[in-house]
Ligand binder design. Sequence first.
Ligand code: 5GP
Ligand code: ZN
Length: 122
Amino acid sequence: MSSLHTSCIFCKIIKGEIPSFKLFETKTAYSFLDIQPTTEGHALIIPKHHGARLHNIPDEYLADILPITKKLAALFEVDHDQDNLEGVGYNVLQNNGRIAHQEVDHVHFHFIPKRNDTTGLG
Ligand code: 5GP
Ligand code: ZN
């Protein structure tokens, strides 16, 4: 795929050159478990297009990201609608730039399940 870079760790994951625990995959996006999870089920969703910041990514490579996020919420059973009843929820985070705590320069969305037995801001 020409939109991927040979030296990028997440491009290598998309190509299968670096192993990952795959959760969902479409033609334009890929989701896998974070190697250093903030909570159990911490996943990443990435476009199959190399770009460091969100504004670098063509819209067609972003179209599947939120639908996959919804699938992750169902997979990890944190998609309950009743606030405070089930004690579960999730964060969706996306960092751009070092000042915003971005470490890997291939756009990625964090999906971080939260349960009442987990702590931290994630
Ligand atoms: P950032 O701080 O850039 O928003 O987050 C980068 C995330 O990528 C971190 O949560 C980190 O644990 C994760 N990560 C970095 N390298 C790898 C890797 O090789 N495999 C996986 N599965 N996750 C990675
Ligand atoms: Zn990349």
